[in-house]
Write a protein that binds this ligand. Sequence first.
Ligand SMILES: [Zn+2]
Ligand SMILES: [Zn+2]
Length: 339
Amino acid sequence: MKALRVHGPKLIKLDEVDEPQIEPDEVLLRVKYAGICGTDLHVYRGAMKDRVKYPAIPGHEFSGVVVKVGSKVTWVSEGEEVVANPVVPCGRCVACLSGRPNVCVNFKILGVDIPGVFAEYVKVKGDKIYKIPKGLSLRDAALVEPFSVAVHSCRRANIEAGDVVVIIGQGPIGLCTTQVAKHYGAYKVITVEVVRSRLELSKMLGADEVINPLEVDPVKVVKELTNGVGADKVIETSGAPQVLNQALNMLRPAGRLVVVGLCFEEVKFFSYPIVYKEAEIVGSRVYLDEFARTLNLMSKGYLKPEPLITHEMPLSDGEKAFKILDERPGEAVKILLRP
Ligand SMILES: [Zn+2]
Ligand SMILES: [Zn+2]
């Protein structure tokens, strides 16, 4: 089969590789649409050297059709349109046993630790499969993964009806979070982003107010928009090092900050607002059981993947797609590859 493989930092090409062989508890899927995510870009750039073994097939966001079913998998049939949760927890560590497999000590995910979905076929465990509900296309369903990240972060934020929610960063995850936060009952969603085209998209997808921090002070604007009180919840999706300070300062007393964006740099911030405000800071990593919930929301049309899909390309154009995201990040939001 054809597979897009990373051979080293910024070295990616289409290779001919063996089709995966399934075990009795596994299912073989024909990948139909596969989205490129920030994690894939890290793999491409060589930033995950400790986990990734070259040559590696990246990719974990996808939809596909069942082509082969292991003998122990009785709940899935050939020809069904499905998505799959790409996270493979160990099931026996302290996190897994306490019902938090998303922070498993032995965390594995498709496209990083095991072969990913930028290939014609991928195999997954049968219990990771979710059938795509009626009314949801394979193309739109390919975005169930980033939307599930957003659903999980909004649940971690405990968004309540009437909350003012600030979402920092309007990349793919931020734009998904904007839509989900509205649906969770936020009365005002304020988004912060430096790329102008993404701010426009953000408004179109439901943001009530948008802030460009290159033009105005986001803390000041959030205070003005909340009669000096601050936001009930702030969700940080950008991973930019300086925003945690801003996030804490725009939070209302006893507010909650959810950190989703990954930042690999050391961050400096004043800690006293945490004490003065009794601010809560929580992390949010991938998702728990949110796939089914997210598929329901998507199939009803409450969440809109289509405006996020800026490019659709054949798998053979994979190198071009990675170049766009690596060199001209403002140009694309979500690129879908068609294996
Ligand atoms: Zn992803
Ligand atoms: Zn575990």
